[in-house]
Design a protein around this ligand. Sequence first.
Ligand code: FE
Length: 239
Amino acid sequence: MTTNEENTNSPSLDRRDFITASVGAALLVAMGGFPASVRAAAALALPPLPYPDNALEPVISANTIGFHHGKHHKTYFDNLNKLVTGTEFADMSIENIILASAGRPEQMAIFNNAAQAWNHTFYWRSLKKGGGGEPPAALRQRIDASFGSLDACRKELATAATTQFGSGWAWLVLDGDKLKVVKTGNAELPLTQGMKPLLTIDVWEHAYYLDYQNRRADYVNAVLDKLINWGFAADNLGT
Ligand code: FE
């Protein structure tokens, strides 16, 4: 049920704006604060879920999580390992593979699988049982300063997630000193734009179709109400 249809990305995320390698390197340094569980993906091995596969029920079923992690996410890692064998990417961390392959049409398969492998590891940690609710105080202050209110931030995330045309992702990011919501198509991600991801919502159909069929908005709103992990975003922000 995955799709690869054409999509309309946010204009701000056009490949024309791809950052230079030096900016990418600086971003990787800035990402030193990421949890070890995310950095572990650098070994190009599928990380285990940070919770049992039924932990997110009833919002996301164990059946969906089982396929999503055990089949879709695993396949991105399996493909990536095959694709990088014997190439310039073979000994790179997953983040460096993403930055080194981005914007190179001849490396699109490597970029897509590396980015999707990374995005999903980040997505699992963007959710938790008993999520939603109030962000930690320091993050809440940054949200209020950037969006005006938590409700406005939440609405922007919901709008980005429901209006992304076709497959993709909605993200809360740090861009400069401001928090922003962006959406990306297919495997694209804010790392290649010099923005620091704080949390994400997967809006590929495989993320919700078994549980919600075509009702993407119901999935997105339930995730924001009950699963979104503001603490993970606060950790990534370094607050
Ligand atoms: Fe997915």
